[in-house]
Write a protein that binds this ligand. Structure first.
Ligand code: HEM
Ligand code: HEM
Length: 469
């Protein structure tokens, strides 16, 4: 079907096709990525699990997991959200469905190629920007730039007067991602080394998190909550404050990832202070969404999309508080390089952002396919397995991290720390495997929705019907 539309005329391609393909691709990458995570966790929990084959060594598999979830699951879910929401908010069609479909096709090809190369050991070795530079340029040319062009052109061709907050975020984040990708990979094009390379590597990683994942996830909440609850956004002004403070404050504290490195002291202090200022956009965002929920809190219990969104928004509270706390020098010295940080990373990406993306994909796929969710029970099962699995992961890794930190400052022999952590590693594997299982249920549910979901009559929203029994 995808191949058929790739060569069709733009006007013959049904509206929403690109978003639907992105939606299904994202769920498949979610399944692959979390499957790899669960495999890696098993290696850390049971040291004799799959040994002797170089390609299955932890070092190889870890990189593949991280990039599969960030550029497969999260970013493709974002592309789906953009191709679905941007035209709706502009009361128009996507500028080019054909470009969107090619974008989706090339994205899948480039990511599969990049991950296979990395798996075999061909990598730049720089965390989060691990692809070799020719592939980085291919990613810019075939993934980020076409996505941005489609979003910007759709906004330019809109048939509404203003630009709603969500589209502000989409337009800006796609622009910032291109800059971050091209500048962040400079060390590779120019063979930079030493601290300059380390700083640029973290500048890249930090800004992929802060100028891509964080704002786009937030933009989804700005759409889903008003749309599904029927309440207008509590405050557009606070939305603007959120937008500008993220652009100004989030781009600068990259050095807080390198607090133990011999970077200039002023740079580390600057990053630490700027890092606290990131609380401004975080508080603006969370309060704006929670205040928009006024009078509709029953939907938090009853409605799947609202529940996913609000849980994501609520998780932003511990995430950002933890962030501000862990970048102060003394605390960072304790938790840096421990499982605490792995817990923070999963609170951010498996907690906060994943719940928001899942909401967008649920709502988008049902609306575009005009079909009611095949099984609400399976939807609820997906939600609870994801939430419980993630919570086990987060709590067990936070505890393991504190033990490792104590081991570090009291100079406990390393092997004793490894033994003390063992139960937590098993718990993480269990929690992570629950998450992986939930993705299989989700894929089945969405596949069945496409094939056998009840058709939604014109003028109704699928999520409205889903709750009529
Ligand atoms: C106030 C907000 C935040 C602050 C101040 C903050 C601070 C930090 C710091 C200092 C580190 C590095 C710690 C170390 O390795 O020693 C870190 C790591 C990380 N942060 Fe945050 N964070 C915040 C919010 C977020 C958000 C919103 C996300 C993503 C949605 C995020 C994702 C991550 C990830 C993935 C890592 C792990 C990086 C690695 O691989 O080492 N953080 N954060
Ligand atoms: C959407 C889902 C997920 C995302 C976005 C994600 C993201 C990440 C990131 C960013 C890291 C690097 C962390 C750091 O260096 O601080 C990482 C590492 C890891 N993840 Fe995930 N992850 C996800 C799901 C899972 C699941 C379900 C498991 C299963 C247990 C898992 C297991 C692991 C393991 C074992 C590591 C290596 C930790 C280490 O080096 O000690 N992840 N993941």
């Amino acid at each position: 079907m995808l191949l058929k539309y790739l060569f069709a005329k733009n006007e013959n391609i049904p509206a929403g096709s690109a978003a639907v393909f992105f939606g299904f691709s994202s769920i498949i990458w979610f399944m692959i990525g979390t499957g790899l995570g669960s495999f890696n966790a098993a290696k850390l929990a049971f040291p004799d699990f799959v040994t002797g084959v170089e390609m299955f060594a932890f070092g190889h598999m870890r990189q593949v997991h991280v990039l599969a979830v960030i550029f497969g699951w999260i970013s493709m879910a974002f592309a789906m959200a953009m191709m679905y929401i941007t035209p709706v908010l502009g009361n128009t069609r996507l500028w080019s469905e054909k470009l969107g479909l090619w974008n989706c096709f090339m994205w899948n090809v480039a990511l599969s190629l990049g991950l296979t190369l990395m798996w075999t050991g061909i990598t730049s070795g720089r965390e989060y920007s691990d692809f070799p530079w020719p592939l980085d340029l291919a990613v810019a040319a075939f993934i980020t730039i076409p996505l941005a062009v489609n979003v910007w052109m759709t906004i330019l061709k809109r048939r509404t007067q203003g630009i709603y907050t969500t589209n502000w975020f989409f337009a800006a984040s796609t622009f910032m991602l291109i800059i971050v990708f091209l500048v962040g990979n400079l060390p590779e094009y120019f063979h930079l080394t030493g601290l300059t390379e380390a700083y640029m590597t973290w500048w890249f990683a930090h800004n992929v998190l802060g100028l891509w994942i964080t704002p786009v996830a937030a933009a989804i909440a700005y759409y889903v909550i008003p749309k599904v609850t029927g309440n207008p956004l509590y405050s557009h002004r606070i939305g603007h404050l959120h937008f500008w403070s993220i652009v100004v404050f989030y781009s600068t504290p990259a050095a807080h990832h390198l607090m133990s490195a011999p970077l200039p002291e002023w740079l580390k202090s600057f990053a630490s202070v700027e890092g606290v200022l990131i609380l401004v956009p975080a508080i603006a965002f969370v309060s704006n969404i929670l205040l928009t929920m006024q009078g509709k809190w029953n939907m938090f219990v009853e409605n799947l999309e609202v529940r996913f969104t609000v849980v994501g928004v609520l998780l932003a509270i511990p995430l950002n508080m933890q962030g501000g706390f862990q970048q102060t020098r003394s605390i960072n010295w304790y938790v840096h390089g421990t499982a605490w940080m792995v817990a923070h990373a999963h609170l951010a990406l498996l907690g906060f952002s994943t719940f928001l993306e899942a909401a967008a994909v649920y709502l988008g796929l049902q609306t575009l396919m005009k079909r009611k969710l095949y099984s609400l029970t399976l939807g609820n099962l997906h939600f609870w397995l994801l939430l419980i699995g993630f919570s086990i992961y987060w709590i067990s890794m936070t505890m393991a991290g504190l033990i490792q930190g104590a081991g570090k400052i009291y100079e406990v022999p390393y092997i004793d720390v490894v033994i003390a952590e063992h139960p937590y590693m098993i718990a993480r594997w269990l929690g992570g495997t629950m998450v992986f299982s939930s993705t299989i249920i989700w894929l089945f549910n969405m596949w069945m929705t496409a094939r056998a979901g009840t058709e939604v009559p014109v003028g109704r929203m699928p999520h409205e019907l889903a709750y009529e029994r």
